[in-house]
Design a protein around this ligand. Structure first.
Ligand code: PMP
Length: 361
């Protein structure tokens, strides 16, 4: 905290959507447990690291070929064409592109509340309006209520599935019906940043709806299960006309580095690494559940690498006290209550969380 206070505001605010704590955590500071940004501490994989080392010598070259090679690999796995894919340095630039294009002229973007707010808050800073739809009683996106809000002024409906910060998923068939109907009226952006944490990601993904000809966008990132948050790589899958439109708002191979692409080519669908990470994440999640239960806290069952639970004290005070104990988490306020979102880190990080949490409970 004192290091944070000593940092110039200009540094802390150098990236617009980061809170001070997030900016702090992206600095070279020593925390016992970094459970604030839903990162995967096991990544990048050994093969990805080796590929980065091997790509250094050729990093004076523009990496266009590697970009199309990776697009080809993703296209083959997903059963789409290269012209259905657009890549950038993380999925954040693609969320910005969607905010810029779809809410032009004061159109509104409909989201769940709470949900990942990067796209709608960008839209608001530009020209757009933000329509927030409360979650259902079981903390899922309320697809019926979101659909009911669509009107002639809607430019985009943003569906974060699994939803950040609640880690809940919507029923696949229900979402398919929603995409089919709503995409006839407006653009639907399904953010699948955490889809890889589901037992059968391909079955739950809305890429099948794109293949069936519907005009929706699926957003993906290497930042989560692949552990590439600092390497920066994301992509969207959509109809070729939508990709062409979005190309105007992005810079693709001029933004994504050759080293990152080399790492991604080595790591993409690397089953052993992915399964191992999922196994460790699930074990650490079960441990967290048991800690919360033992201390008498309810939590929302999680379908991703983070867990949301209701606090019994002020959220800001809680996160500051945890931070003082070397544990970074995120506090949230919704339904008039204080909540904590804790990412699933390594076991030693979860133990550090548990020790600090017990002191405060
Ligand atoms: N979508 C969701 C739902 C997220 O939680 C995040 C990051 N926390 C992103 C997109 C953006 O991630 P990135 O730019 O690293 O791909």
């Amino acid at each position: 905290i004192s290091k944070l206070a000593a940092m110039p505001k200009r540094v802390l605010r150098s990236s617009r959507s980061l809170t001070d704590q997030e900016a702090m955590l992206s600095g070279p500071f020593d925390l016992k447990a970094r459970l604030l940004a839903n990162e995967n501490p096991y990544g990048p994989s050994a093969a990805a690291k080796k590929a980065i080392a091997g790509a250094i010598d050729t990093s004076y070259q523009y990496p266009f070929m590697q970009l199309s090679m990776l697009s080809g690999k993703i296209a083959a796995y997903e059963g789409v064409m290269i012209k259905n894919i657009l890549m950038d340095a993380g999925s954040t630039p693609l969320l910005l592109a969607a905010a810029m294009h779809c809410t032009k002229g004061g159109k509104n973007v409909i989201t769940g509340d709470p949900s990942y707010d990067d796209l709608p808050s960008r839209a608001e800073e530009l020209d757009g309006k933000w329509v927030k739809v409360p979650l259902t009683a079981d903390y899922k996106l309320d697809l019926d209520a979101m659909e009911a809000k669509v009107d002639a002024n809607t430019g985009l409906v943003y569906v974060c599935n699994p939803n950040n910060p609640t880690a809940t998923v919507v029923d696949t068939e229900k979402l398919k019906g929603f995409c089919e109907r709503v995409s006839k009226k407006t653009m639907v952006f399904v953010d699948e940043a955490y889809i890889d944490y589901l037992p059968d990601p391909q079955a739950a993904s809305m890429v099948s709806m794109i293949k069936a000809g519907h005009n929706i966008i699926v957003g993906r990132t290497f930042s989560k299960l692949y552990g590439f948050a600092g390497l920066r790589l994301g992509y969207m899958i959509a109809q070729p006309e939508t990709i062409k439109t979005f190309e105007k708002y992005t810079t693709q191979a001029w933004s994504v580095t050759g080293t990152t692409l080399a790492a991604a080519l080595a790591a993409y669908r690397e089953t052993d690494f992915l399964n191992d990470t999922l196994k460790k994440t699930n074990a650490a999640k079960e441990y967290l559940y048991s800690v919360l239960k033992k201390e008498g806290y309810d939590y929302i069952p999680s379908s991703a690498n983070f867990v949301m639970f209701q606090l019994k004290m002020d959220g800001k005070k809680f996160s500051n006290e945890m931070f003082k104990r070397g544990v970074g988490i995120r506090d949230w306020k919704f339904n008039g209550k204080d909540w904590c979102r804790v990412s699933i880190g390594r076991m030693d990080e979860m133990e550090a969380f548990a020790a600090a949490f017990k002191e405060l409970s």
